[in-house]
Write a protein that binds this ligand. Sequence first.
Ligand code: ZN
Length: 414
Amino acid sequence: MRRMTTLLLSLLLLLSLTACGQGGPSGGLIGDEAGPPAETPPEDEAPEVPDPEPYLILDPTVMPEGGVRDGVTYVAYNGIVEHLFFHPVVAYPELAFDGDAQDNGIDDYMVTADEYRKILQSVYDKGYVLVDIGDVWSETTGEDGQPKMVKDTLYLPEGKKPLILSYDDTNYYDYMLANGFTYKLILGEDGKIASWGKDPQGNEVVSRALDAIPILDKFVEEHPDFSPFGAKGCLSLTGYAGILGYRTQTDTKSWTAAQEAVRQKEIDAVKPIIAELKRTGWTFGSHTWGHIRLGSKSLETIQADTQRWFDEVGSLVGPTTILFYPHGERPDGNDWQDTGPVFRYLQSQGFRVFCSVGIESFSYIKKDICGVICDRLHPDGITLRYARDRYLQFYDAKDIMDMDVRPQRGTNWS
Ligand SMILES: [Zn+2]
């Protein structure tokens, strides 16, 4: 038995080291995104044809404890909870892949709206159902009287597998606006979340088909059993360029009353968007204010950044226990074997679920502090081209990747 335990531990160690390692395509970010303050996109919105389909609203916190409900049998699930994350999706490939300096970065880290739709269809067809990241682990008191995280038993429709989705950098950075992404989230005429942006000809476009968030909303409307508890995804927000396409950030270099007045208007404008996202199953996490490296910045820098995130983002989206590491970089350089000063500080600020990027949906409940670390898989150009096998449980890159619109950079499977 002891030998078995040792073997198991070594295996776990090996597995985790691989998952946490630097090798292989990992990371999942577009360079250093911090840039100059963003230009505010125009306010007026084009009208949209009302969509007659109603939202299916369920209480996202309801996890029935087994048994039969509405003809569906719910059974206990204690296996791996898969976790996929996306960046904003490419609305207009002809702008994203137009031969400029951003092409390869977008190709590496993003999928197009069409590819994203096909990925959703495939994970749905393969029996995954959406669960909220906040329902997978919870805080409890251990036998020693100390708080600790535990993995919850999920009760899922029989035969289904749980899937967490998260979306990094849903801020609508400046560079994205010129490169074929949508500009911001708005409420359409029907009151539902839509995107606002401009097509390659410069026409204003309000749509529910061009942005990852309304695309998932629409998919769940069409396939309500994809989200049996009303969960959608967790939006991972920085603060330096505002949030959700609204320029709610401050600038410490110069700040005038006029700038503050504009900021207050943006804050007023984003509040109903946040409320509607929450109402329809979306949750929020921190991606740090300045998209900073948690493995190499000083503790003082990280403390100031965290406070600024709470002031400018947390004040709008509410409390969160979820932290998504920028660049996938782990606090103190290693959050698994060590619990360093940065990790301890972040945990003291209320974060409990710490998400990196890796080659599998690895998760580990820390023993010495109340927190859980987890790796996420990253559907994007890199893994579509070079990690087809690892993603076959979700989709086949051959069926997903749009070779006609992406740069001709090859794959290791075609
Ligand atoms: Zn990021």
